[in-house]
Write a protein that binds this ligand. Structure first.
Ligand code: ASP
Length: 211
């Protein structure tokens, strides 16, 4: 039976469209791009459902309310899917990954956050391989953690940091080794992956967040 992945599309460069004023997110555009990708129809790829947020955000405008929305979305769809992919702008991706790691308690399925430096629309987009790999990891690898996948590395979400605005391998994890590396094969460092939780899954609400 095909695995099922729930894709949360919050905004960011990956789904942006060229406009007179530069790249901007546009309703339905990411879905169109994905429908045109033959790779996503391959037998090895999972079934997927896309939940596009409204409005689509540049991640500089993300707030804790948006983190809550993502956490509750995962909570509400948790038992229907094998894994979750969150498409997000790169600028605050590491912050959202950290917040989700603490909000999703007792998580026993992979939540993989990713995006791109170049929109999917462009020929040299890094979004294509980031998206495909994130979907494969979310579908097929039983990693009970919030992770960030970018370039060639799978990082623990709450240990990740963006270190470059123009490199395609833009994220690193200076204080913890990668949970996985992606080259010819996807290699997971299982010794570093968190053990399966022995409590029920719940999404912690953020009550006071005046910063
Ligand atoms: N400004 C964009 C964002 O963070 C940059 C990106 O997605 O790479 O939403």
């Amino acid at each position: 039976m095909k695995k099922k992945v729930y894709i949360i599309y919050t905004g960011g460069t990956i789904g942006m469209k060229p406009t007179e004023n530069g790249y901007a997110p546009a309703k339905g555009f990411l879905r169109e791009q994905m429908e045109a990708m033959p790779e996503l129809k391959h037998d090895d790829m999972p079934e997927y459902f896309i939940h596009e947020y409204d409005p689509l955000l540049d991640s500089a405008n993300m707030t804790p309310d948006n983190w809550m929305e993502i956490a509750m979305d995962i909570y509400n769809n948790y038992y229907e899917y094998d894994g979750f992919v969150v498409l997000h702008g790169t600028d605050t991706m590491a912050y959202t990954a950290s917040a989700l790691a603490f909000m999703l308690e007792g998580l026993a399925k992979p939540v993989v956050i990713t995006g791109s430096q170049i929109p999917l629309y462009e020929i040299r987009s890094d979004g294509r391989v980031n998206l495909i790999t994130a979907m494969q990891i979310a579908a097929n690898y039983k990693i009970p953690e919030v992770c960030l996948y970018f370039g060639d590395k799978l990082l623990r979400g709450c240990r990740s940091v963006k270190f470059s605005a123009d490199r395609l391998h833009a994220f690193t994890s200076p204080n913890f080794p990668p949970l996985g590396t992606v080259g010819i094969d996807i290699k997971i460092n299982w010794d570093l992956v968190l053990p399966f939780p022995n409590r029920d899954f719940k999404a912690q609400r953020l009550r006071q967040h005046n910063i």
